[in-house]
Design a protein around this ligand. Structure first.
Ligand code: ATP
Ligand code: MG
Length: 395
């Protein structure tokens, strides 16, 4: 028996991907390996076997710390620190006793239950009997323990496979989703608010690579407001890796809108310009869709009517993963992924500059297009794109 530490990593939906399963599994193994390298665990090995991934590493490393890194990889459903045994009852029993002795020492465990699964149907003993026999060996080897099948301190899982068997207790939850890079690239419109970082994260979780665009209205918005967005982007990148953020001053366009269009329509015009600029950038950088943190009914520019008018400004599909979520649930997600505290820092957004007193909530497309037609839309979009600054966000 070698002395390496082992983690069993289970993939969620990746396991269901039919003909493409080898591709998804290869991508996931690569992502796990990359994440571990980046976290300083380059010596860890990642192997695939019978639908599971096994991460093996030096015993001097902290098993839980390595597990926590892996839990951030999209596509990972759960992780269990495990011990390995030869697939015979004596070896499994011996390792199970050692495993339990450690749990008694570390956690003061007093009661247990064994659950067994026989993935190898050639194995001569059936699952309930494996559980009973290993339970008996544990009772002999660990005199202080008692069996409790209803409410044990720990459940010991024994997974009997062809060449090796595995013993584990904890399951650390991953986020699920799909490995990054398996679903094209999207351009997220990233503000400093609560919503758009969550929207970006949700699309990345489904395997989409990201690129971002942020609009500011300097000098009406401060450099600190932009730093906040960079910080948020950095948190998103800690899950999905480094990406580029295009930063654009929207002020020249906002001034044109304020000067030439009805006040109540200001926001909807600004939204349409944001979309058009984003579409231009998306086409340049190979993004297949736009992503926003819009949410039905949240503000005047997110009524059903306003969203329809916003959508019409571009031909690329606009993904709005938060569209039907309640704010409390979005906040909960933001807290879970770690963006919330930064999002609520009180810095102004370009959308709050020139905010109309009574914004239209039911814009009519023909009306909006008519008032917009006095502007040289293409030239304004071109000038905005030409003045962009590109920042590398490091994951
Ligand atoms: P958020 O919490 O994401 O700021 P919000 O509820 O404040 O959302 P709006 O300000 O209307 O809503 O913005 C809706 C969406 O438009 C945002 O989720 C984001 O995708 C995009 N957006 C808004 N402001 C900006 C900006 N300054 N730069 C880039 N995208 C923006
Ligand atoms: Mg906002």
């Amino acid at each position: 028996m070698n002395e390496e530490k082992i983690l069993i990593v289970r993939c969620g939906e990746v396991a269901l991907k039919g003909m493409n399963k080898p591709y998804f599994e290869r991508m996931l193994a690569e992502r796990i390996k990359k994440r571990l390298e980046k976290a300083g665990y380059a010596s860890a090995s990642v192997t695939r076997h019978e639908g599971l991934f096994f991460v093996r590493f030096d015993p001097s490393l902290d098993q839980m710390a390595v597990a926590r890194e892996i839990s951030k990889v999209f596509g990972v459903a759960s992780i269990s620190p495990a011990v390995e045994a030869e697939s015979d009852m004596d070896s499994i029993g011996e390792e199970a006793v050692k495993f339990m002795l450690r749990l008694i020492e570390e956690k003061g465990v007093k009661t247990f239950k064994v659950e067994a699964k026989r993935a190898d149907k050639q194995f001569p003993i059936q699952s309930p009997d494996i559980a009973r026999q290993i339970g008996a060996k544990i009772l002999i080897g660990c005199k202080v323990l008692k069996v409790d099948v209803h409410d044990p301190d720990v459940r010991i899982f024994v997974d009997v496979r062809h060449d090796q068997s595995y013993i584990y207790t904890d399951k650390i939850q991953g986020f699920g989703g799909l490995p990054l890079g398996t679903n094209g690239k999207g351009l997220v419109l990233l503000s400093g608010g609560i919503d758009s970082p969550v929207a970006a994260w949700m699309m990345a979780k489904r395997g989409m690579m990201l690129e971002a665009v942020h609009f500011h209205s300097y000098p009406y918005t401060s450099p600190r407001a932009q730093e906040k967005v960079e910080e948020l982007a950095g948190i998103v990148a800690s899950y999905c890796g480094s990406f580029r953020m295009h930063v654009i001053n929207l002020l020249p366009i906002q001034e044109q809108i304020v000067r030439n269009c009805p006040e109540a329509e200001t926001t909807i015009h600004v939204r349409r310009f944001m979309m058009k600029i984003a579409e231009r950038i998306a086409k340049d950088c190979g993004a297949m869709m736009l992503i926003t943190g819009e949410n039905l009914g949240q503000v005047a520019s997110q009524t059903a009517e306003a969203l329809v008018v916003t959508d019409e400004s571009v031909s690329l599909p606009v993904m709005r993963p938060l569209i039907a979520m309640d704010k409390v649930d979005i906040i909960e997600k933001a807290q879970e992924i770690g963006t919330f505290e930064t999002s609520i820092e009180p810095y102004e957004d370009c959308c709050t500059v020139f905010l109309p007193k009574h914004p239209t909530t039911k814009p009519k497309l023909e009306r909006i297009k008519a008032s917009e037609s006095v502007l040289d839309i293409d030239a304004l979009v071109e000038a905005a794109v030409a003045s962009q600054e590109i920042i590398q966000i490091r994951g």
